[in-house]
Design a protein around this ligand. Structure first.
Ligand code: PEP
Ligand code: MN
Length: 337
């Protein structure tokens, strides 16, 4: 860290800071500039808070240098990492496309969706069994029956599966059925849940919170990783802004930024980011061009009849044409689909 001190600081005040740093096991180095006195300090960052350096006289600010997300940081690995799920890998040369309905509604609905997205090149089947709905009167998901259907259809079509868990109860159910656990935007800071999914050791798809900063998102990943589970894939799904013509605002800059900060693969969900099926293909293409390691696309056999998120769902034909575009864009930036 760097401690910036007022140029008027007295020798005693500088000594007081140095002493405090030494008491906490930090080594320090003094730099006298023209406008500032700066003390560079090296030690255990987790003790920064308890030291209370900001409270000492003549200290202007304390600036941390190392990222607070130790396991998720790029330096922790020295390069990009890979997360295997089923027989596919996130973070490799191939972009991984996850597709399927917002919610599992019936065996027929899921089977048609799975067969068609698989044919078009999707590698993982999604389907919500426990749905976090804004209204308690909306369809809440088929729960355990939904997980059973997802597992059965996944087996039949050869697709790996992912489904959202909302709490300990849904987590305990889902571990036995799915290949990847999804933590949704609304639960990104449910720290107990993050630790619990971490303990399962299963790959986790961690969505960005509705209003989460990049650092908060990476700290959420850190919670999973501190339980010994490094198989985390981050998913940018749009953030809340003042704009009301789209459901959320897709933060495309998050892709290259997170890739610079972290070794974790990053995918993009243009369906929840826009809330509008007409905006999904161009945003999927943009995410691909920006270097996303994969996409999550909502696909329903009959979107007007969907029990959840029909307006943002593609039908299988629209999904197939999206995949053709994505393959071309991916090729242009040196990736495969
Ligand atoms: C979902 O993927 O079905 C979902 C609810 O997404 P989010 O958590 O991003 O809103
Ligand atoms: Mn949805």
């Amino acid at each position: 860290m760097v401690v910036v001190m007022d140029i008027e600081a007295t020798e005693e005040q500088v000594q007081e800071v140095n002493q405090r740093l030494a008491d906490y096991g930090f080594s320090s180095h003094l730099i006298r500039g023209v406008n500032r006195i700066v003390i560079g300090a090296v030690g255990d960052r987790s003790r920064m808070g308890e030291m209370g350096l900001e409270l000492l006289p003549a200290v202007e600010k304390v600036v941390p240098i190392m990222a607070p997300y130790k396991l998720a940081s790029r330096e922790a690995r020295g390069g990009p990492g890979q997360v295997p799920v089923g027989n596919t890998v996130f973070g490799g040369p191939e972009m991984v496309v996850i597709a399927g309905p917002c919610a599992v509604e019936s065996e027929e609905q899921l089977m048609v969706a799975a067969a068609r997205v698989g044919e078009a090149g999707a590698r993982i089947l999604r389907g919500g069994a426990y749905k976090p709905r804004t209204s308690p009167y909306s369809f809440q998901g088929l729960e355990k029956d939904g997980l059973e259907l997802l597992a059965r259809v996944g087996r039949k079509t050869g697709l790996a599966t992912v489904s959202e868990v909302m709490d300990r109860e849904s987590l305990d159910q889902a571990v036995a059925y799915v290949d990847m656990l999804q933590v949704g935007a609304r639960n990104m800071q449910n720290f107990k849940l993050l630790k619990a999914v971490g303990r399962t050791g299963k790959p986790v798809l961690l969505k960005r919170g509705l209003s989460a900063t990049i650092e908060e998102w990476l700290m959420a990943a850190e919670y999973i990783m501190t339980e010994g589970n490094g198989n985390v894939v981050l998913c940018e799904r749009g953030i809340r802004t003042f704009e009301s013509y789209t459901r959320n605002t897709l933060d495309l800059s998050a892709i290259p930024l997170v890739k610079r900060l972290s070794h974790l693969p990053v995918i993009v969900d243009p369906s929840h980011a826009t809330g509008d099926r007409r905006l999904v293909p161009p945003m999927a293409a943009a995410a691909t061009a920006a270097g996303a390691d994969g996409l999550l696309i909502e696909v329903h056999p009959d979107p007007p009849r969907a029990l959840c998120d029909g307006a943002q769902s593609l039908d299988p034909g629209q999904f197939a044409s999206l995949m053709i575009t994505i393959k071309q864009v991916a090729a242009a930036v040196g990736r495969e689909v």
